[in-house]
Ligand binder design. Structure first.
Ligand code: NDP
Length: 282
């Protein structure tokens, strides 16, 4: 069994980006909108900012309390869309419940949509055209699998979870890589049988220990996107790692798997949007 080391690859991507960003006269800038009081979101936003600053990017966080009106956020995004000094805009999800997530996300100019969540960029992904950005977590998963020379062409891949930020864009990317993709979710019947047919299982549910050793065929590849907390507050994924690792050929750890890849891809997307907006080559 080989551990798919997301931390190692993320550091490699980040080192490469650091060198490229150091050579730029103007630095890429990212604006992050934080409109929820979820402690985990605050930590994610802080971590993203730390990494962006470490690489020499500019980072601006706009925090709102629960009294924020939707129009205030829309006006801010419209201002950021026009601001030539801002290359990337990210609305940290989830937003406060009274805010219309789709409306807010789709106010972001597609060329500044660093998460690739606007209808334009999602549509490009669905049509296998060229989106300005590919959603960071799915992009990170594909990069990690490719780093280990794992072929996707013709493979039976089960993606568990159908969210707009992980499961759906990931399934489209895999389809574009010629995989045979099955999407599973909370209403899927006989998840075990579905998983047993898979060469690769990618779980993104947030349900601890959902994927057990008897649900995977021998030498399957297992990617764990989930992030939850155990009773001792330790981070854990969707997969029963200790038992599944003995049967899998490759497996991602949690932490140290997809999490660091997501942040690396966010900085890469910011840098790539900067290049596109300034008509520069990669
Ligand atoms: P959502 O809550 O939006 O989606 C969860 C999905 O899991 C839904 O499609 C749901 O099905 C499905 N699901 C829930 N329970 C089951 C079950 N028992 N069996 C099968 N499917 C189930 O979550 P996200 O997509 O935003 O995130 C998923 C997980 O990934 C979370 O733990 C999140 O923290 C983590 N995450 C990690 C990232 C990283 O960088 N590592 C980045 C983003 C997310 P249904 O649609 O039917 O409700």
């Amino acid at each position: 069994m080989t551990v798919l080391d997301g931390k190692k690859l993320a550091n490699k991507i980040i080192d490469g980006l650091k060198q490229k960003i150091q050579k730029l006269d103007i630095k890429p800038s990212i604006a992050v909108i934080l409109a929820n009081d979820n402690p985990a979101s605050k930590i994610y936003v802080k971590n993203k900012e730390k990494k962006a600053l470490e690489l020499g990017c500019n980072s601006y966080i706009y925090s709102f309390d629960e009294n924020v009106k939707e129009d205030e956020i829309i006006s801010l995004i419209e201002k950021l869309n026009k601001d030539k000094n801002i290359n990337a805009i990210l609305a940290q999800l989830p937003l406060f419940k009274h805010l219309d997530e789709q409306k807010i996300l789709n106010t972001i100019e597609p060329v500044k949509d660093v998460d690739g969540f606007t209808i334009y960029n999602t549509g490009c992904l669905a049509q296998n055209a060229k989106p300005y950005s590919i959603p960071c977590t799915p992009k990170g998963i594909i990069k990690l699998l490719k780093e280990y020379n794992i072929k996707l062409d013709g493979k039976n891949i089960v993606v568990i979870g159908r969210s707009n930020i992980v499961g759906k864009p990931l399934s489209l990317l895999l389809l574009n890589e010629n995989a045979t993709v099955t999407m599973a979710h909370s209403k899927t019947k006989n998840l075990k049988e579905v998983c047993l047919k898979a060469d690769i299982i990618i779980s993104a549910t947030g349900q601890k220990n959902l994927i057990k050793a008897d649900m995977i065929k021998k030498d399957a590849i297992v990617v764990d996107v989930g992030i939850s907390r155990n009773s001792d507050n330790k981070i854990t994924g969707d997969v029963d790692f200790e038992n599944v690792k003995n049967k899998a050929s490759y497996i991602t750890p949690v932490p140290g798997g997809i999490g660091p890849m997501t942040i690396a891809c966010l900085i890469e997307n910011t840098y790539e949007l900067f290049l596109k907006q300034n008509c520069l080559e990669k």
